[in-house]
Design a protein around this ligand. Structure first.
Ligand code: FES
Length: 161
């Protein structure tokens, strides 16, 4: 198990140092997320085509866990439907908060399972979930708005609870 933990830690550090899909998508729906415990911020940009995540990127500054979580979330969600995104977020949240019933394992989470150890550090749960909450806000704003984003539409702000 400690080999697996070392591997998980390595993956998180790698994504924390070299985040994938980092940057802005011009004209995309977006939302800002804020972790009140540390002041860290993330902005998620997402485009959806026919109910499927077409592109997703992020910007911001945070700890290794929040940056790695945002990076790996963007990799995991490209090409997913809204329903798949909701289900994965639910499963991810259950895993990091320890609310999973223990019978499902983490196979359906794929590489996101590297955040399994967060459950032992309750203060880091917000770090791991910040980008997910922010994405949800961006998608909800997107589905509330009929049609493409209008110039001047305020971006939703999320503070993790
Ligand atoms: Fe700020 Fe993790 S310490 S998001």
């Amino acid at each position: 198990m400690s080999d697996l933990r070392d591997l998980y830690q390595e993956v998180i550090l790698d994504h924390g140092k070299n985040p994938r899909n980092f940057g802005k998508i011009e004209g995309a729906r977006s939302a800002h997320g804020h972790n009140p415990l540390c002041g860290d911020l993330v902005t998620i940009y997402v485009t959806v085509q026919d109910g499927v995540i077409e592109d997703i990127r992020f910007e911001g500054s945070g700890c290794a866990i929040s940056t790695a979580s945002a990076s790996m979330m963007t990799q995991a969600l490209k090409g997913r439907t809204r329903e798949e995104v909701d289900r994965l977020f639910e499963r991810f949240h259950e895993m990091v908060t320890g609310r999973a019933d223990g019978t499902q394992g983490t196979d359906d989470l794929g590489k996101l399972a590297v955040f399994e150890g967060v459950v032992e550090f309750p203060l880091r749960v917000k770090c791991a979930t910040l980008s997910w909450h922010t994405l949800k806000a961006a998608l909800e704003a997107s589905s509330e708005a009929a049609g493409p984003e209008q110039p001047g539409t305020p971006e939703p702000q999320v503070t993790t609870e």
